[in-house]
Structure formats: C-alpha cells, structure tokens
Write a protein that binds this ligand. Structure first.
Ligand SMILES: [Zn+2]
Length: 365
C-alpha cells in the first residue's frame, strides 16, 4: 500500500495537531506516495534499528521518539541523528514518528500504561484547552436531519461518552437572491423568508475542513451560512498524563512491587512512602515531572513517570509518592500498542516489532 494510507490512519487516531510545540512527529524521511509492504516498529529510531530494517526488508520505521527534533545542518556522520537519517535515505527507508500526539490521546501511551497496571476509571490528567470549536448553521426544516447526520458522520457532536450532540432551534431566515444565483427556494430579486433550524454542534478543530465540506455537501443552499466559534473549553479526551484507580487498594510496597514486575523495571526510584494504601494512581510515560501538581490535586497516591532529577523529588512534599520507573521502561509497551493498532486495521500488512533494545540507559546491579 501507499505510505500515506498507513500514516493517514495513524493520524486519525493521533492527529499531528495534538503534538507538543517542541515535537517533530509525522513523516520525517520518505514520500507519502511510496509503496510499502512492511514496517518495523520501535520506541527509538537508532542506527541499529535502521540496520534491522535493511536486514528485514522493511521500507518504513515507525518510532515513538522522532530521530530529528531540530534542523540538521550537516550530514558528515558526526552525530547519531545525522547517521540515522543519512542511512535511511541511502536505503530508501521512510522514517515516521508518532510521539506526543500519541501521548496526548485517550488510547495512546498512557492508556497502555494504565492497562498494564490494571487501572480502571481512567481519564486524562491534564486536559488541553482550545482544541474544540463550535459550528452554527441554518438549514431549512426539511433538510435539518440530513445536515445533522452529515455533521455527526464527519466527527462533530462528541462530548465524553456521548455522540450526536447538537442544539436545534427553529426560526426564520431571509435572503434575496442576486443576479447569476441559482436559489434552492425563492426567486431572484425578491426577499424570501424560510423556516430554518439553527443547528449548533461542537467539533475538534483538526476536523474543521472535513466538517465544513460535509456541511456544504449536505446543505441544500447554494451559499451555506455558517459561523465557526473558538471555544476555550477543555477537551477531556486530549491532554497529558492519565489518572485511574486500582480495583482494590494495596500497600505502597506491594504496589511498587507490582509496578516493577508489570513494567519490567530493574529499579524504581521513589520518594518517601506515606504509610497508606494506594488507590489512585497518576501516570505519564516519559518525562512527566511537569504534571506533579495535577497528580497531587487529582488526589493521586502515587505518580508513576520518569526522568526525575534530584531536586524535583523534594516537590513530593509528603503529598504523594513519586515513582520514577525509567523513560524506556515507562514507554516500552508503546511498541506493542502500535503493532496492534496497525495489525487490526491492515491485517495483510507485515508489521514487525524491533528486536533491538534501544534503551540507552544500562543498569549495574
Ligand atoms: Zn519518551
């Protein structure tokens, strides 16, 4: 299939617009219309992973972490990022990264951590603002339902577990068709009054062009009147970190033991235990220290993340147990998640999980 078929699907699950500003998710090397028959999935795109792609005949590497974050100025093999990009280009291997956009969705990196730890009643820890918009349009009564259907089908009207959400109010619209127009009702040069429904519905901003296209196609008028509003509401399904609950509260040490086994960690660095049961758990794969305040205010007993520095551990202040399980360890199951997502959709496409352990951190125990 074409590379763009695969990336377009991944971007319906984790739209590129959901990535953080510093990130560089998306197609880094390669052409959208190149043919691919096999992809290799890895957390990091290292030279060893490119070698593995060459050896296994994979035309694409899908990694969680982008190999390139900032502009590369020279390609003379001095840094690993330059060597990886150059080698990939020389061997016609496309590089695709699905990073913070996959961190920020309800079915991504943190959802997999929650699943692995057996957390239930999960939700986003720090939902993002300014990702939702509202469409208001005016439709003749007889066509209101076909327009609503089209809008819902294109992705409008979803709030939490509710779909097909809209508000509808009837009123009268007026218009006077000018020369050269082909009005659906009324006559050229005379003001027409039409019973219309004002339909309002919320939608994710990244679907805007799709939703407007659906509106214009479903609406009977030659000129479709609609208003688009920016909303400052939180998007409950998009954001950083997640929080959930254990079905049965456990002792702190037992919990850390379970985390160590489930997340396959060699070691967990943690702050002082609080001698209480663990019920609520916040998680953030990778460097999640910026979410500590959210984890505390959400009432989490333990915050599982990575990349904590010495002084940052003091911020626990006895209000929570910070557990640093390691960056690679926290995100390693993202690889399986990506394989599963792709296999489910493209059952005939060959998808391989890397055999390379790309963790640059080694443990001397
Ligand atoms: Zn990471």
């Amino acid at each position: 299939m074409k590379l763009s078929q695969l990336t377009a699907y991944l971007e319906t699950l984790a739209p590129l617009s959901y990535q953080e500003e510093y990130d560089n998710s998306g197609l880094i090397v390669g052409y959208p219309d190149q043919e691919i028959s096999q992809a290799l999935v890895s957390l990091d795109c290292t030279e060893a992973v490119v070698d593995e792609a060459i050896a296994t005949g994979s035309q694409l590497i899908i990694s969680h972490h982008p190999i390139v974050f900032k502009g590369l100025k020279k390609f003379n093999g001095k840094t690993y990022a330059e060597r990886v990009v150059e080698k990939a280009i020389r061997h016609d291997i496309a590089l695709y990264a699905i990073h913070t956009n996959l961190d920020n969705v309800m079915t991504g990196v943190n959802a997999r951590i929650c699943e692995t730890l057996g957390l239930v009643n999960t939700r986003i820890l720090a939902p993002k603002h300014n990702l939702l918009k509202k469409l208001v349009t005016y439709v003749p009564v007889a066509q209101a339902e076909q327009v609503r259907k089209a809008l819902f089908h294109a992705g409008a009207g979803n709030i939490g577990n509710y779909s097909e959400v809209s508000f509808n109010a009837e009123g009268v619209g007026t218009f006077k068709a000018g020369e050269g127009s082909v009005p659906y009702v009324g006559e050229i040069g005379a003001r027409h009054h039409e019973e219309e429904v004002r339909i309002e519905s919320i939608y994710p901003a990244n679907l805007e062009s799709k939703i407007i296209m659906a509106l214009v196609l479903a609406h009977p008028y030659e000129e479709v009147a609609y208003d688009l509003y920016n909303l400052t509401n939180q998007h409950q399904q998009i954001g950083s970190g997640m929080i959930g609950e254990l079905e049965i509260a456990v002792d702190e040490l037992d919990f850390l033991g379970e985390v160590k086994a489930a997340m396959d960690c060699k070691v967990i660095k943690h702050t002082a235990l609080r001698n209480r049961q663990v019920k609520k758990v916040a998680v953030c794969g990778g460097s999640g220290g910026f979410l500590l305040k959210n984890a505390i205010s959400a009432g989490a007993d333990v915050f599982i993340t990575a990349d904590y520095k010495y002084h940052e551990f003091f911020d626990a202040e006895g209000k929570i147990v910070i557990a640093d399980i390691g960056h690679f360890e926290s995100e390693q199951f993202t690889q399986q998640l990506l394989c599963e997502i792709i296999q489910k959709k493209f059952s005939n496409f060959a998808i391989r999980l890397t055999k390379v352990n790309t963790n640059p951190v080694k443990y001397f125990i």
